[in-house]
Design a protein. Structure first.
Length: 368
């Protein structure tokens, strides 16, 4: 095998697939990228057995078609360090090395047999639809921060993606907070379906997508989700488990509503959080008729106090929160004003943008 291509034409697909390369695997081949040469086209594949990434490039093929696997990190580092516009030539001298040359630079890398490279099994998507990249990104970015991280309830270490009629939903919860985003697409009519995409897959999708008006094809299968773009194909295994019925925990008894400026509240909470307990991150919110008082203290007996002028024509309420949870929500809401709906000190609060009803957030109170 012998083929050449421009550095830039290789670097982009190599960066795309590198997110799926396994870094700490006991299987050495999972640290490699599979190169599949067919005519003038090159297909790059990387997998960690949970995710699979495929990307494409056009090459100048000067030999036979074939396959080889090359160490991903070393190849990426070599490509990054070569000058812009370099032509890179790959030549398999024998079965266990590939010679990579560019100008007067030459590198010899060990390769592993392409036949040993694992393929995710063939499967059929039983639900498929097209979605704008910007909408899919918005759907995931609005809720991903509420996913659990290494929770023993493994089904929480991911995001529920749901289809129903003309609506696509994303739901994430770690047991202390809940985030729901709904995007209606009038041109779709989808069956009722719920899948749980693992945390690593969700973070990889965020890395891959740009907020542009190009469409991607989404396939949901019984064990996999696949997203296909003209530049890449991304596949992730699904979490085998049952996502909790989040509709049952949505507070329905909130009779007090506070609307305030999102940016101002975010700044005030960020300042107060500096003196909160580093472990529990608790802040106390005192709602009264004309002001919202925010206080935080820590074991060193230090205290922060901030006051916001608000309109709250109800009985006074004092409620404690993990400040990080509230700040995550305020950062995700793009509206200028946010709306808090609450009942009492022991009930969860619902936070939404004042004008958009696309995303809903529930944060449980904490005892301080």
């Amino acid at each position: 095998m012998k083929f050449s291509l421009n550095r830039e034409l290789l670097l982009k697909p190599l960066l795309l697939v590198s997110g799926a390369v396994e870094r700490k695997s006991t299987l050495p081949i999972l640290g490699n990228v599979l190169f599949d040469v067919s005519g003038q086209s090159l297909t790059l594949t990387a997998t960690d057995l949970e995710l699979e990434m495929v990307a494409y490039a056009t090459i100048d093929n000067q030999g036979e078609d074939g396959k080889l696997t090359i160490p991903a990190k070393k190849l990426l580092d070599i490509c990054k360090s070569l000058p812009d516009g370099s032509m890179i030539t790959f030549d398999t001298a024998n079965d266990d090395t590939v010679i990579i040359s560019s100008g007067r630079s030459k590198y010899s890398l060990s390769i592993l047999p392409a036949d040993d490279f694992p393929n995710i099994e063939q499967w059929q998507g039983d639900v498929e639809f097209k979605l704008c990249k910007s909408e899919l990104l918005r759907l995931i970015e609005s809720t991903h921060f509420s996913m659990a991280n290494q929770d023993v309830r493994y089904y929480l270490n991911g995001m529920s993606i749901e289809t129903e009629g003309n609506e696509i939903r994303s739901v994430a919860t770690d047991g202390h907070r809940l985030a729901i985003c709904k995007i209606p697409i009038n041109s779709l009519q989808l069956p009722n379906r719920q899948v749980i995409v693992p945390r690593k897959g969700i973070l990889e999708i965020i890395r891959l997508l740009d907020p542009v008006e190009e469409e991607v094809q989404v396939y949901l299968g019984s064990n996999h989700i696949r997203i296909i773009d003209n530049e890449f194909s991304f596949t992730s295994k699904l979490v085998d488990g049952r996502f909790p019925d989040y509709r049952r925990v949505l507070p329905r008894n909130g009779d007090k509503v506070l609307t305030t400026d999102n940016n101002h509240l975010r700044q005030v909470l960020s300042r107060a959080s500096i003196l909160s307990n580093e472990k529990f991150r608790g802040v106390r919110l005192n709602f009264s008729n004309s002001e919202l008082k925010i206080t935080a203290n820590n074991p060193e007996q230090e205290q922060a106090e901030e006051v916001l002028e608000v309109d709250f024509p109800y009985d006074e309420v004092e409620i404690g929160f993990n400040v990080n949870y509230v700040l995550d929500v305020l950062n995700a809401i793009k509206d200028d004003s946010v709306k808090f709906t609450l009942a009492d000190a022991n009930s969860s609060v619902v936070i939404e943008g004042e004008t958009s009803s696309e995303a809903t957030y529930v944060v449980m109170p904490m005892r301080l």
